[in-house]
Design a protein around this ligand. Structure first.
Ligand SMILES: [Fe+2]
Length: 505
C-alpha cells in the first residue's frame, strides 16, 4: 500500500506541475483527495484541460466523480502495479436482518385472508401518512359525510377504482376502514392524480360537494420519505465498499462468461475498491432456471437445474471468504414465485450453505450491514423487482424511460412506501399481513429484474438497479427488457458515493 501511494505521489506531482503550466492551482485538500481517493489521474488531467484558469478544489473533483459514474468507466485495476493483501480482511463484517418473514406456504386462501391483507396495508401506510407534514384535519369517510359542505378536510384512503377520462377529468372510488365515497379530482391537480394507481394508499385533501355525495380532491399526498438532513445520511467509519450485481442467469446460453471472469479478476485485484470490498449483494435470477418460458431449452447451456446451481455455487466459492455475500432469489430461481420468496434451498447449494460469509435471504429482504453497538450500519433494502413491470406499464409519465432508467420506477416505489403497489403486479403468498410495506427508510435500495442498469439518488437513498450477466434473450425481448449487461456497481460505504465499472469494456 505504501509503495502504491509513493508511486502515485510522483504522478500527482507531475499532474500538479501540468496544472500550474495551465495557470491552475490544485489546492492542498484536492491533492490529498487525488492521492487517497482512487480517482483516475488520467480523468483529472482530462478535466484540467477543460478548466479555465483558477483553482481546482475538492468540490471540482467530487463533480468529476459524479460525471464519471457512468457505464463507460473503464476498469482501472489493470494499471495498478502493486499487490497487497486486501484491506477489507482487517474488518469484521456484520449482516443483520431488519425484516424477517415466515415463508411457510399456506395453501388456504379465503376472503378474510384477502381483506385482512388489505386492512394491514391500509393501517401500516396510514401510520406513515400521519407522520407527514401537510396532512391535517383528518376525518374518516364515515364522519366526512356529517361535515359541512366546503369545509377543508383530509381523508386517508385506498384507491379502489380509478377512472381517467383524460383532459383533466378523473374520478376515484376511495375507501377507508369505515366507508367508501366517490372522489372527483380538481382539474388543477389532474397531472398528479393521473399517476395514482389502484390500491395506492394516499391522503386526499379536499371538501364535500354541495350535495354531500362526492368528495372534491384538491391535493394529494403520498407517504413518501422525508428530505435528508446531514445526520440522516448514514456513513460508516471504516473504509469499506459494497458491490451490487444481479440476474447472473447461470446456465443460460446467453450467460456472459467474460463478465464473470472479469469480475473475479477484479475482486482479487489490487484495485482500491476491490481491496476495500466487504459486502457483495446479488439481487436474484441467479440461474436461468428450467421451464420458465416456452422453448427456453433452446436458449439453455445447462438443461438441468442442479448443474445451473453448481455453476453458480462454484462462482460463489471463488469469492474471497472475507467478503460477506448476500443473495436473494428472483423469478427464474427454483423457489416459489409468491413473495416473500423463500431462501435458495440447501439441496442445490449445499457447500455454499455451509459458508459463514454467504447469507441466503428471502425476496424481498432488508438487512443492516456493518452495524456496531456504537454506530449505525447501512440499511439495504433488496428486492428482485418483478412488480416494477406492472407499475411501469401503468404510469404513462415514466413508461418510455423507466426500462432504460429503472431507478425512475424505484423512486415511485419509495414514494408509495410499497414494493408492489398494484395488487396482482406480482404473486403474493396468501398471508393476512402485507409484507411489502417499506416501514423503514433504507440507505440503499437495490433491485434487478429489468436487466438494465441505473444508479441514482432519491432524497438521500442510493438507488441501484443492478446490471445483468446475461445478453438479450428472446424472453427478454418478449417482456420488453433491454439488456445493459456487465456493469458493476460499487458503493463506498464511508463516503456514500458510487462508481460503476464496465466489466465488458
Ligand atoms: Fe433476470
Amino acid at each position: 500500500m505504501v509503495s502504491e501511494i509513493r508511486d502515485k505521489k510522483d504522478e500527482v506531482e507531475t499532474l500538479y506541475h501540468h496544472a500550474l503550466s495551465r495557470n491552475i492551482l490544485i489546492s492542498k485538500e484536492a491533492l490529498e483527495f487525488i492521492l487517497f481517493n482512487g480517482i483516475s489521474l488520467k480523468k483529472v488531467k482530462d478535466y484540467l484541460n477543460e478548466l479555465p484558469e483558477g483553482i481546482l478544489s475538492v468540490d471540482n473533483l467530487k463533480e468529476l466523480i459524479q460525471q464519471t459514474t457512468t457505464p463507460s468507466d473503464q476498469v482501472e485495476f489493470e494499471v495498478l502495479r502493486t499487490s497487497t493483501k486486501h484491506l477489507a480482511k482487517n474488518y469484521e463484517g456484520s449482516v443483520k436482518d431488519i425484516w424477517t418473514f415466515n415463508t411457510d406456504f399456506e395453501s388456504k386462501t379465503s376472503v378474510d385472508n384477502f381483506l385482512n391483507y388489505f386492512r394491514d396495508r391500509y393501517k401500516k401506510i396510514k401510520s406513515l401518512l400521519l407522520q407527514r407534514n401537510g396532512v391535517k384535519n383528518i376525518v374518516s369517510i364515515e364522519k366526512l359525510k356529517s361535515h359541512t359542505f366546503n369545509e377543508s378536510v383530509s381523508i386517508i384512503a385506498m384507491i379502489r377504482e380509478k377512472d381517467d377520462y383524460g383532459k383533466g377529468s378523473l374520478r376515484f372510488l376511495i375507501e377507508d376502514d369505515t366507508d367508501e365515497i366517490i372522489a372527483y379530482v380538481d382539474e388543477k391537480i389532474y397531472d398528479v392524480a393521473k399517476n395514482v394507481v389502484e390500491d395506492d394508499v394516499i391522503a386526499l385533501k379536499g371538501k364535500l360537494n354541495a350535495s354531500k355525495k362526492y368528495f372534491i380532491v384538491e391535493e394529494i399526498f403520498y407517504p413518501d420519505i422525508p428530505l435528508p438532513t446531514n445526520d440522516s445520511i448514514t456513513k460508516i467509519e471504516d473504509p469499506l465498499t459494497a458491490a451490487f450485481i444481479s440476474d447472473l442467469h447461470f446456465g443460460s446460453a446467453q450467460f456472459i462468461e467474460k463478465a464473470m471472469t472479469r469480475f473475479l479478476k477484479w475482486i482479487n485485484s489490487d484495485d482500491k475498491d476491490a481491496s476495500r470490498l466487504k459486502y457483495l449483494f446479488i439481487l436474484g435470477d441467479n440461474v436461468d432456471g428450467v421451464g420458465i418460458y416456452p422453448d427456453q431449452e433452446k436458449e439453455l447451456l445447462m438443461k438441468n437445474i442442479y448443474d445451473q446451481y453448481k455453476a453458480f455455487e462454484e462462482f460463489l466459492l471463488k469469492i474471497p471468504e472475507h467478503i460477506e455475500i448476500i443473495v436473494i432469489p428472483g423469478n427464474h430461481d427454483a423457489v416459489r414465485l409468491a413473495e416473500p420468496q423463500p431462501i435458495l434451498p440447501e439441496k442445490y447449494l449445499e457447500n455454499a450453505h455451509k459458508m459463514k460469509n454467504i447469507h441466503f435471504k428471502t425476496n424481498p429482504a432488508f438487512v443492516e450491514i456493518h452495524g456496531r453497538d456504537s454506530a449505525k450500519g447501512i440499511k439495504v433494502l433488496m428486492y428482485h423487482g418483478y412488480s416494477f413491470n406492472a407499475l411501469i406499464d401503468t404510469l404513462t409519465d415514466i413508461r418510455k424511460v423507466a426500462r432504460d432508467k429503472p431507478t425512475v420506477v424505484m423512486k415511485e416505489i419509495l414514494k408509495r412506501r410499497h414494493l408492489a403497489p398494484i395488487y396482482g403486479s406480482t404473486l403474493i403468498a396468501p398471508k393476512e399481513i402485507d409484507n411489502h410495506v417499506i416501514d423503514v427508510i433504507p440507505d440503499i435500495f437495490a433491485s434487478g429484474d429489468l436487466h438494465s442498469h441505473d444508479v441514482s439518488n432519491y432524497k438521500g437513498v442510493t438507488l441501484i438497479s443492478a446490471s445483468t450477466w446475461q445478453a438479450q434473450t428472446s424472453f427478454q425481448d418478449r417482456v420488453g427488457h433491454v439488456a445493459n449487461p456487465g456493469k458493476l456497481t460499487i458503493v463506498d460505504l464511508q463516503q456514500r458515493n458510487t462508481r460503476v465499472i464496465d466489466l465488458l469494456g
